[in-house]
Ligand binder design. Structure first.
Ligand code: CA
Length: 225
């Protein structure tokens, strides 16, 4: 998922449209407030930030992202009409991972996004698809199939499955799953995880067994690519 903060509606729509047609999930926001609200609900893999915004500017938003543990490492690319060296230095010094001066072509934008996601590591974004032993999951297309038949999952079940797949081969504790999928840390709420694992296994039928319980620790899903 890529978030874009851009006040110019035509650029915003063009970028979101392009990204969605390139296999990314993308959402655009006209202001920092709308962006922050979405951020509290779902973490993106990368953020595109316009610098010149009415009210709070992109650099102010970036500073806040870097100041919070949750978003400190989020890949951020600054977009700006002011193509001077000064802006470039300012953008990078403030913690931006990349900088793209306007006007930019959509091909270049997509190439730079892919490059930044690669540098950010496998846990950050890019279209993800997994298939193994009859199970197929496409994160960007939000599709799960078992032996070719589509399985309908709730949003949390899907996020839970995607999180385990993203961390394939690693044991995820209930606490870690809770904070990643439900995005809160709640002592004693870990039964929520168990309940969802149970229904998820049921819905996955013959593939349910791929989600393994690691006694006393949590859950893991086998390793694949
Ligand atoms: Ca602007």
């Amino acid at each position: 998922m890529i978030y874009l903060v851009e006040d110019e509606a035509n650029i915003r729509e063009l970028v979101v449209y392009t990204l969605q047609n390139t296999g990314f999930e993308a959402r655009g926001f006209a202001s920092g407030d709308a962006f922050r609200k979405a951020l509290s609900e779902r973490m993106p893999d990368l953020v595109l930030l316009d610098i010149m915004l009415p009210g709070e500017d992109g650099l102010g938003i970036l500073k806040q992202l870097r100041a919070s543990d949750r978003t400190a490492k989020l890949p951020v690319m600054m977009l700006t009409a002011k193509g001077t060296e000064y802006d470039k230095v300012l953008g990078l010094d403030s913690g931006a991972d990349d900088y793209l001066p306007k006007p930019f072509g959509m091909m270049e934008l997509v190439a730079r996004i892919k490059s930044l996601l690669r540098r950010a590591g496998p846990s950050a974004g890019a279209p993800e698809e997994y298939s193994t032993d009859g199970l197929f999951v496409s994160v960007p297309r939000h599709i799960v199939t078992v032996d070719g038949a589509e399985v309908s999952l709730t949003r949390k079940e899907f996020d839970l499955l995607a999180f385990l797949l993203k961390n394939a081969g690693l044991v995820m504790t209930r606490d870690r799953i809770l904070s990643a999928v439900w995005e809160y840390d709640f002592e004693g709420e870990t039964r929520t995880v168990d309940t969802h694992i149970l229904t998820l296994r049921g819905k996955l039928g013959p593939c349910g067994g791929l989600i393994r319980t690691v006694r006393g620790l949590g859950y893991k899903i086998g390793e694949f690519k």
